[in-house]
Structure formats: C-alpha cells, structure tokens
Design a protein around this ligand. Sequence first.
Ligand code: NAP
Length: 330
Amino acid sequence: MGFRAFVVDNQGDRVGTEVTELADEELGDEPVLIDVAWSALNFKDTMLVQPHNRVARRNPLIPGIDLAGTVISSDDPGGAVGETVLAHGYDLGVAHHGGFAERARIPAEWIVPLPDGVSPRHAVTVGTAGFTAALSLERLQANGVRPDGGPVLVTGASGGVGSMAVSLLAQHGYEVVASTGKEAEHPYLRALGATAVIGRGDLMGDEGRVLGPERWAAAVDCVGGETLAAVIRSLRYGGSVAASGLTGGNAFSSTVYPFIVRGVALLGVDSVLTPIEERRAVWANVRSDFPEETVAAMVAEEVGLEGIDGALAAMAAARVRGRVLVEPSR
Ligand SMILES: NC(=O)c1ccc[n+]([C@@H]2O[C@H](COP(=O)([O-])OP(=O)(O)OC[C@H]3O[C@@H](n4cnc5c(N)ncnc54)[C@H](OP(=O)(O)O)[C@@H]3O)[C@@H](O)[C@H]2O)c1
C-alpha cells in the first residue's frame, strides 16, 4: 500500500521539498506502524530545509519530530494495535522518517501511550514544545525555584516552547514576565498567564557590563545568543536559567561574574534523548499541565502536507505565534 508524505531532498547547495506518494516498504523495518493523525511544526524543521544544515542525518528525509496517531500493526508487545500513541524526539524526523506523512514506522521504545482523555490533536499541540517547557520547569524546580521566589522571565515567549512555558509557569503559580519581539502578541501572552510583557529590546542595553540590574528570580530561555547572555547578567542572586534554544544564535559571551558573584546557574535542557520512562512520566501530567482548552488557544494554523512549505518559511522568519499543526490526511 502507498501513503503520502512531505519529503526533503538535500543536495548540498539546494534543498528541495515535495509532497509525494511512497510505498510502505520505504518506511524501513521498525516494528510499530502508525496511522499518523497529527504532526506539528517545530523550529528544528526549519533548520532541515536550510542548505548545508547539519541537522538532517539521512537523505531523502520525511521531517516531523512530533507525531500522534493510532497503531495499525505491531511486531512488538510495546505497541498494541488500536492504541493511540505519541512519539517525539530521538531520531524522529532527523535520522529516521518522521511525522509529516500519513504513516510512520518506529521502534516500540519511542512510544508514549496517550493518557485517557488526551486526543492525538491535543498531544501534538503540546508536542516537543510543551515537553521542553515541562523539562525546563523541572530543571528550575530541582534548582530550588519556587512560585513565591520572584518573577520568572520567558524569552521567545510567543513561539512554541515560549507559549507553553508561559502557560505552564502561570498554571503552577509563578509570576511570569514574557519577552517577545511581536508587539501584536502582548494580549495573547497576557491571556496565557503572563503578568507583564516586555519587548526583546528591553532585555538588552547593558552589553558592555559584566553584571546588570538583578531582575529575574529565574528564566526559561529558548532564544540563546546574546539574549541568553543578557538573561545571565540580569538574574537575581542565586537565580537560574533553563536554556533550550538558539533562535537568536548559538553563541553567546559572558564573564564568570554572574556565576561567581551572584551564584547563578545555567541549566541545559535537552528534549531529544530524554529516557522513555522519564518522558512517559512527564506526559502522564499532560491534562493538568497543558489543559486542552488552554493549548487550543495556541494553535495558529492547521495545514495539510501541501501547506508545510509556507508554514516553515513563516516560522523561520519568526512570524508564527504558538503552534502550527499538520494533518497529513487533509
Ligand atoms: N533543547 C531542546 O530539546 C529543544 C526542544 C525544542 C525546541 N528547542 C529550540 O528552542 C527554540 C524554540 O523552538 P520553537 O519550536 O518554540 O520555535 P518557534 O515556535 O519558532 O519560536 C521561536 C521564537 O523565538 C523568538 N525568536 C525568533 N527569532 C529570534 C531572534 N532572531 N532573536 C530573538 N528571538 C527570536 C520568537 O519569539 P518572540 O517573537 O516572541 O520573541 C520566535 O517565535 C529553537 O531554537 C529550537 O531549536 C530546543
């Protein structure tokens, strides 16, 4: 049988994309075959279509690091036929065909069975973005950050990880300050639970200094670059930042002073290789951490496979708010 897929063909200087019909055999021989109901766009997908990127590790590739749907067949007891499941990260959409297709074939160890009452659409809306926000909060909590400790900054707040982090922190009783480059999205971020919204530029201005004013008890940073450097300079004594992203650049400069004078902590967050048991434990809380009606408000757009090119271009230009969902059968 055949199925439709969005395929990226990377020829070095030129990266082509097309929606095409593939034979089931092209999915390889992993044991669990999934009828993909929904996938979602993430910033990583925008990197995959850049010439000479070092993100894609097979060619041609079906991208899509998030997918959810129903198990059609399984040669492994870890995947039961008829079960609704989610998968994200690991090699999905990078070194293994991902979610931008009507079908996916994956190892049973990548599967998260959806908790009762969670639909595939709800699950991919949360997806890697919400999972990364949840891991960021876990890192901060493990480092002693508490709701009564003072304001928590979220950078890149209108994006996928940022929107999820604003909502999650507010849900857990934190005072959230959202930083965004999109003036039009201030009301959106307040509706997600931010008590204050500031512009990207409000974080900058003290680049020549080794320490800035002590503003934030903690931060969730998915921007990186000089934004992360500015966050580190402006954390309060004993504060911490959970860093996950690089939309603002992958390099930053800092002195050691924030670390040795203010005792701040830089906590790295990785969603890709999180062990499956830890992953399933995070997903067990999805209904309370990311209620369906809350995350539904973050859906900017739903597209079919033909709409992915345009949506990726908008995301790469930072014109997207929240989440873009992909329905392969559309
Ligand atoms: N570590 C992990 O496991 C992990 C997991 C998921 C994502 N990530 C990374 O986290 C980042 C966010 O991912 P995402 O899927 O949420 O992306 P996204 O939806 O595209 O959101 C990114 C946001 O970053 C801000 N931004 C974009 N360009 C910027 C620039 N030049 N300078 C400053 N801010 C900029 C924008 O927010 P505003 O307009 O509101 O400022 C944008 O909406 C990406 O770098 C992604 O690779 C890492």
